[in-house]
Design a protein around this ligand. Structure first.
Ligand code: BGC
Ligand code: NOJ
Length: 770
């Protein structure tokens, strides 16, 4: 039996992080005696409420409020496996007298193409169509012709009325704060023809003192088979026969309650893969609940849809998804497998990759293009992480096509070889990797030279230079080639393994020769061969990325460079809010550097705390044995630890943000762009695998913590390849050192690797730091 932890509680969302209209979903309550009305779930009205709270849970949101003795709570969630969203409204009468209440719901339907909907009014004001049947509002714009999908909005109660035309609902010159229909307490029963299709139900009921009423709304999406679109066939009437049973099922209270429990259960099982009990509450809160949760959200959405990504421009990022895998793979390995193969299929025959692909079509996004020369190497790291977690070496034999060579599928193993060859075929004058359009830092555009206002740095034509090189890709290559050598070796390809190991060594040597500035690793060489990220530059003297990446790949660990580079990070980049991406920030536009210098100093890639990169330094510090430094950096950007300074941080205290403004910006410490960021995966890796030291490896589970000296130890439970490992680490002398003694089921083992245990067994691991 797996141990199931109690499900984590939900967490209040700071008001400025609640979308003002909660994504266009509105509910209104009306006291039909006095005519007073309010919205129990719409944030701007909270000033009129006696109580308002929005809480975020694992895959659900709960908004509660109270006014005039009426308490309301709405739970929003998408049941597992369904294409519908449930809103479960509970209204309770806390007055001493009965109340005659109305509930009005309201949503605006999108005419399927959000971009077009927001721009093409000349057409769209004439296309909208709906049907209302048996209390369900069906939004079916363009269904008559080429679409086979529609949206529906259903309600569990008999309706006193409905509306589907936005203007009828709101009334002329009115907004969502005073809809005419709500004010007058009566729907117009409007049926939209063109203009702005919208859905609203009106439900009316009496509540005795102390009584609670539950009303369920469903907002759903459905596809009918092409040959069953209409009923009767040949008519223009939507066939509801296939969707109706789904609607009926989910309008029942028991279905909703059971669906919600299933969702909670599924999270508690996912989160039980790794649980920790450390002396630090912020670590526990993030590692046990919110950090893996964010990894799941980020894996699902990549960088395409959130409060900050509108869902109509960016798709699935190639490098982003490969990195998301690092924090996600243990949660749902089979989904990780699917994503790896999907990514491989968007790779190009050259080994390069489309920078992004569209989540629905799975095809590369031409508008963004390719030529980000780091992209393919991340696939090697993603696959290595998958293999370590699962041992599923069969994935390497999966034949996947290249995006531009559909008829010649090649085993994943070969895709990875081409990834590495893409780098080694593209070396510059110092034999460092050419940067192409950019590397991990999308905004360091060394071949771009853009002068046209508004032109996209990401897509504009680049000069084809064989000069601009990236030290960062050099480090990444060493890491990826080392990982791949191990993979090749396990496949019995000894020659491959030796070859990649030699290439990694050669590149490490080049980085040491041409990528070292004296006190830290340089960043790049520009199109003219001038150094970037060096003491000889006036601005942008030191960048964080190569310090983290080169040390993670092992460069300089044996010769003091790694420790020296990390000291430079501490001296020049560390702030109390986290580690800056670069210093000094660029104060003017540098034509030869591109987008990076387009941001005002202290923001984004121009010298903010770009959080994604911080865990690289945490890992590097752990690798050189500096537990206090590693954990110190971890705490600075841990959102839970920043809750105390929420007035500065201004972001959900349980979600990593892409960036925190640097000291060059007026709002130093203010976080921005929470949710979809590689920060989630990398921080989970840094804390769990390198600071707590619990790492999946090909042949077992590594237990190699590098703790802060103040900790007396910690305990953890890790499910890994079917077995459960109960780990207890003690630090009796309170040192920031490494494990000296490791006992597995009472037997001392050599080193820190716990061998693989048979599936179904429980293994007890005792480690002592000395
Ligand atoms: C952002 C980067 C992003 C890039 C690619 C830039 O404007 O600052 O963070 O990676 O666009 O979409
Ligand atoms: C955000 C992008 O999604 C990611 O791929 C990139 O590495 C960072 N920005 C840094 O530019």
């Amino acid at each position: 039996m797996l141990s199931r932890r109690p499900v984590a509680p939900d967490y209040p969302v700071p008001l400025h992080n609640v979308p003002a209209d909660y994504g266009g979903r509105y509910l209104y309550l009306r006291d039909n005696h006095s005519g007073e009305y309010w919205s129990p779930s719409w944030q701007p009205t909270q000033h009129d409420l006696d109580h308002y709270e929005c809480r975020h849970g694992l895959s659900y949101t709960r908004i509660s409020s109270a006014r005039l003795g009426v308490r309301a709570e709405t739970l929003y969630f998408v049941p597992l496996g369904e294409t519908l969203e449930v809103w479960r409204l509970r209204v309770r009468n806390e007055r001493g007298t009965p109340i005659d209440l109305s509930v009005f719901s309201s949503v605006e339907f999108c005419l399927w193409d959000a971009q077009d909907d927001a721009t093409n009014f000349q057409r769209n004001y004439s296309t909208g169509e709906v049907e209302v049947a048996d209390g369900v509002i069906y939004h079916k714009t363009e269904y008559r012709e080429r679409r086979n999908h529609f949206a529906y909005f259903a309600c569990s109660e008999p309706l006193a009325g409905f509306d589907t035309q936005r203007e009828e609902f709101l009334g002329a010159y009115r907004g969502w704060d005073r809809p005419l229909v709500v004010e007058r307490g009566e729907s117009a029963n409007s049926v939209a023809h063109g203009w702005a299709p919208h859905g609203s139900h009106h439900v009316r009921f009496r509540l005795a003192p102390g009584d609670t009423k539950e009303v369920i709304f469903l907002l759903g999406y459905w596809e009918n088979p092409d040959d069953q679109k209409f009923d009767p066939p040949g008519s223009a009437v939507l066939n509801k026969a296939l969707v109706r049973p789904v609607i009926d099922r989910w309008l029942r209270q028991e279905t909703v309650a059971a669906g919600f429990s299933r969702l909670r259960e599924s999270w508690s099982s996912l989160l039980s893969v790794l649980t920790v009990e450390t002396p630090d509450d912020d670590t526990n809160r993030m590692v046990n609940t919110w950090n893996p949760y964010q990894c799941m959200v980020t894996f699902n959405m990549s960088r395409s849809v959130s409060l900050f990504e509108s869902g109509i421009s960016r798709g699935i990022g190639f490098r982003d998804s490969c990195q998301d895998l690092l924090g996600f793979v243990q949660l749902a390995p089979s989904r990780a497998r699917g994503r790896i193969l999907e990514l491989a299929a968007t790779q190009l025959a050259s080994g390069g990759a489309y920078h992004q692909y569209q989540p629905l079509t799975k095809s590369g996004n031409d508008a963004i293009g390719s030529g980000f020369n780091d992209d393919p190497l991340w696939l090697v790291l993603g696959v290595a992480a998958y293999l370590k977690e699962t041992g599923d070496e069969a994935i390497l034999d999966e034949a996947m096509p290249y995006a531009d060579a559909q008829d010649s599928p090649a085993p994943l193993y070969e895709h990875l070889e081409r990834s590495l060859r893409y780098t080694s075929d593209r070396l510059g004058p110092h034999l460092l990797p050419l940067i192409g359009r950019a590397d991990w830092n999308d905004c360091l555009n060394l071949n771009c030279f853009s002068v046209a206002p508004g032109e996209s740095f990401q897509t504009t034509a680049n000069v084809t230079g064989g000069v601009a090189e990236s030290v960062f890709i050099g480090g990444l290559f060493v890491l990826a080639a080392t990982e791949f050598a191990q993979i090749a070796g396990r496949r019995g390809r000894a020659a491959d393994a030796a070859g990649y190991r030699a290439e990694a060594e050669k590149m490490a040597h080049v980085v040491t020769e041409h990528g070292w500035d004296g006190e830290w690793f340089r960043r790049a060489y520009d199109h003219a061969g001038r150094v970037v990220g060096s003491a000889e530059n006036a601005e942008g003297q030191i960048f964080i990325e190569p310090q983290g990446m080169c040390v993670m790949s092992g460069i300089g660990i044996g010769n003091g460079m790694a420790v020296r580079a990390l000291a430079s990070v501490r001296e020049r980049l560390a702030t109390s809010h986290g580690i800056l991406l670069l210093q000094p920030a660029y104060t003017r536009y540098h034509l030869e550097l591109g987008e990076i210098s387009s941001y005002p100093p202290g923001y984004k890639e121009n010298g903010s705390i770009f959080c994604h990169t911080n865990p690289w330094v945490m890992i590097a510090e752990a690798m050189v044995g500096h537990g206090d430094a590693a954990f110190g950096y971890y705490k600075r950007i841990n959102p839970s630890a920043r809750e105390e300074i929420s007035d500065v941080h201004r972001c959900e205290p349980y979600v990593y943000a892409q960036m925190i403004a640097g000291p060059d910006a007026p709002a130093h410490g203010e976080a921005k762009n929470s949710w979809l960021t590689g920060t989630a995966a990398w921080n989970l890796v840094a804390i769990t695998q390198w600071i707590l030291g619990i790492r999946a490896e090909m042949d077992g589970l590594r237990v190699d913590p590098v703790l802060p000296a103040a900790w007396a130890g910690f305990t953890a439970t890790r499910r890994f390849r079917g077995a459960t490992y109960q780990i207890s680490v003690r630090n009796p002398d309170r040192i920031s050192g490494r494990v000296a003694n490791l006992e597995v089921d009472g037997h001392l083992v050599n080193g820190t690797l716990v061998p693989l245990a048979p599936s179904g067994t429980t293994v007890h691991v005792e480690a002592v730091v000395r």
